[in-house]
Design a protein around this ligand. Sequence first.
Ligand code: 2AM
Length: 196
Amino acid sequence: MNTEKKNSARLFLAVFPDDAVKSILDKETTLLQKKYPLPGLKWTVPAQRHLTLKFLGDVSPGEKERLIQRLDALCPRLRRPRLLPKAYAFFPNRRRARVLYLGLEENAALSALAREIDACASECVPGASSTPFRPHITLARMGRRFSGHAALTPLAGETARPWRQEVDGFVLVESRLSASGAKYTPVHTFFLPETK
Ligand code: 2AM
């Protein structure tokens, strides 16, 4: 294995909720946990909840440095979008759900931010995943043996309690996988200019 590959890190770009939103998500998720105490439903840790803007996968040190430089240079030309919650939903669908998430509103500014980041990231990290952008915050994951899909039916499409967050930046995060779950470490923060 060459050194670049050996030193690669599993990275993604994400927006983390601010403290007020974190607290709302925490309360809402606690209510959901009480309402749906289903075995095999693994709830995300509050500090790790985020909106993934772009999953990059394994990135070499050289690719990482180039990406940071390019995104830092791009940020002053980008706009701050707003995050607004929509409804609870499932990936890939309710019947075969593997993920329970809170869907976010797809507004033009948020799509534009994701598009610009995607173009820049794909150039700097040619092997980056090309999953289409579906703004969401993952709340729980289902293990292989999860069998509570029918019990979750009432939650599909249920509107979430409203909140809003202006996105003033985003973070490059390293994800280290282990038996006890993923550990996220922030690598670099990108700042978006104030809206005039
Ligand atoms: P999520 O945003 O739906 O939770 C780090 O793994 C983050 O990147 C996770 O939050 C994960 O999903 C997101 N992600 C997107 N595409 C991924 C992929 N192909 N493999 C792993 N994680 C991915």
